[in-house]
Design a protein around this ligand. Structure first.
Ligand code: NBP
Length: 478
């Protein structure tokens, strides 16, 4: 009789196949199943020598190949496929078996599945997995949410499979229900902002200074030894350097300028609206992708609304440094907003998120891994509530240091007609944040004028309404 497997992986496209290989390489026996069996065959054919795999073609054989209580990771397309797979699995499972959804599911779907499976005495873990194809194989960042004792059972496996930074695994229990998928969603939102900021810096070098991709790659290379050092900055240099040999041009110049999105950025922005958290950086990044998708409209608009190309000059080192500082300050804002959103969500949904641990497990394996995350870990290690990271010493000093450059770069872009929604909205947010008295007093007056919505006063307690269109007298509202 073949030995039972420690783990089942269902769904063997890029992520599932690589997670299965990761687990097998770490010594776990892995049962494999995919709806279309060809993927299973291919995996075993190419990588079967890497560990102890049990390939199955029927779901009942897959379940029977697992030691009890069973642990199954499903890695299928988010949405209905996850529900379909769970519906097929449930009749074959027994009390206390664990289903882990490792895909990018919407956290509210995870909450729903968690409750439904709890009623059936099954354990459900919604686990965010970040790191893409390579991370899944070499060690991703893993964000599991569900019942804590269910997590305890998978902890030895998950912490072994995860990336390790300074001996610490990039996996930690996040919270009940959909907490793990929520944190992964915000991770992806931050990833949207990070990438948008990189493309805005690229556009400034390209459009204002007329640099070609290889020269811009050299600048990003320089930045790898700065506070900006991160996986995304690193791969930016590689993408910019890639030549299309046949065309004799940088590949990036041949790629269509339409960004696609699978939804996690949009979900993050939508949830921030629900929570009332100002999430300008990530939201602008989502809108920028939407505008990029209107390619035909943009081509039409360019003809009707022509813009003179800026006179291009070579950037000085000071110009390059200014863009780096503007990028860094805007990045701080995007992270501060994302962490503020998780703080609000933790209260709203009763999760008790440990944000220092979240920053810790994002230091390796995941797409936003960066030197910068150590600073966030340090800020949370001091203890106490952090209403906004920008007010913490390190980040305050960094934005203050960058402020002059940040303004200069935003002005430069505006003067030259280069769209920099993430740079400029981050600066506007910063300017709004650091003023104890903003202009919403007028807004409240207007709301009271047309809708009798009332306002509060600085000099008196209570709510008030002015009879603007009648006798102009103010009345106190009980
Ligand atoms: P995909 O998201 O492309 O999904 C393909 C897999 O889903 C295949 O195994 C496919 O089976 C299976 N599937 C579908 Br589609 N409908 C199914 C159904 N009704 N029943 C059973 N299986 C079904 O795969 P992926 O890119 O590996 O991503 C998997 C998950 O991980 C997704 O949620 C994704 O968002 C998330 N994720 C992806 C990345 C990344 O870098 N790609 C990173 C982090 C997280 P088939 O072969 O039979 O069609």
């Amino acid at each position: 009789m073949t030995e039972l497997s420690d783990l089942g992986v269902l769904g063997l496209a890029v992520m599932g196949a690589n997670l299965a290989r990761n687990a097998a390489r770490k010594g776990f026996g892995v049962a494999l199943y995919n709806r279309h069996g060809e993927r299973t065959d291919k995996l075993v054919e190419e990588f079967g020598h890497e560990g102890r795999f049990t390939a199955t073609k029927e779901l009942k054989d897959f379940v029977a190949a697992l030691s009890k209580p069973r642990v199954i990771i499903i890695m299928v397309k988010a949405g209905k496929p996850v529900d379909d797979v769970i519906d097929d699995l449930v009749p074959l499972l027994e009390a206390d078996d664990i289903i882990i959804d490792g895909g990018n599911s919407l956290f509210t779907d995870t909450n729903r599945r968690f409750d439904a499976l709890k009623d059936k005495k099954l354990r459900f873990i919604g686990m965010g997995v970040s790191g893409g194809e390579e991370g899944a194989l070499e060690g991703p960042s893993m964000m599991p949410g569900g019942e804590h004792d269910a997590y305890r059972r998978i902890e030895p496996m998950v912490t072994k499979m995860a990336a390790q930074v300074d001996g610490t695994p990039c996996a930690a229990y996040i919270g009940v229900g959909g907490a793990g998928h929520y944190v992964k969603m915000v991770h992806n939102g931050i990833e949207y902002a990070d990438m948008q900021l990189i493309t805005e810096a690229y556009d400034l070098f390209k459009t204002v200074y007329g640099l070609g991709a290889p020269d811009i790659a050299d600048i990003f290379e320089q930045w790898k030894s700065s506070d900006l050092d991160s996986y995304l900055i690193d791969i930016t240099t590689t993408v910019l350097r890639k030549q299309d040999e046949a065309a004799g041009k940088p590949l990036v110049d041949l790629i269509v300028d339409e960004a696609e999105q699978k939804g996690t950025g949009r979900w993050t922005a939508r949830n921030a609206l629900d929570l009332g958290v100002p999430l300008t950086g990530i939201t602008e990044a989502v809108y920028a992708r939407a505008l990029s998708g209107q390619r035909k409209l943009r081509a039409e608009a360019e003809k009707i609304l022509p813009h003179e190309a800026p006179a291009q000059m070579k950037p000085s080192q000071a110009d390059i440094d200014a863009i780096r500082e503007a990028l860094y300050a805007s990045k701080i804002i995007a992270y501060a907003q994302g962490f503020e959103q998780m703080t609000a969500a933790s209260k709203e949904y009763g999760w008790d998120l440990k944000l220092g641990e979240v920053a810790t497990i994002w230091r390796g394996g995941c797409i936003i891994r960066a030197r910068f995350l150590d600073r966030i870990v340090e800020a949370y290690a001091k203890g106490g509530e952090i209403p906004n990271l920008v007010l913490q010493d390190y980040f305050r000093d960094a934005v203050l240091k960058a402020e002059v450059s940040w303004r200069k770069v935003v002005v430069l872009a505006v003067q030259h007609g280069v769209a920099i929604p993430a740079f400029s909205s981050s600066l506007s947010y910063y300017d709004g944040l650091r003023r104890s008295r903003g202009p919403a007093n007028l807004l409240q007056g207007l709301r009271d004028f047309f809708g009798a919505h009332t306002y509060r006063r600085l000099d008196k307690d209570g709510s008030f309404h002015t009879r603007w269109g009648q006798d102009g007298k103010e009345e106190a509202i009980k």
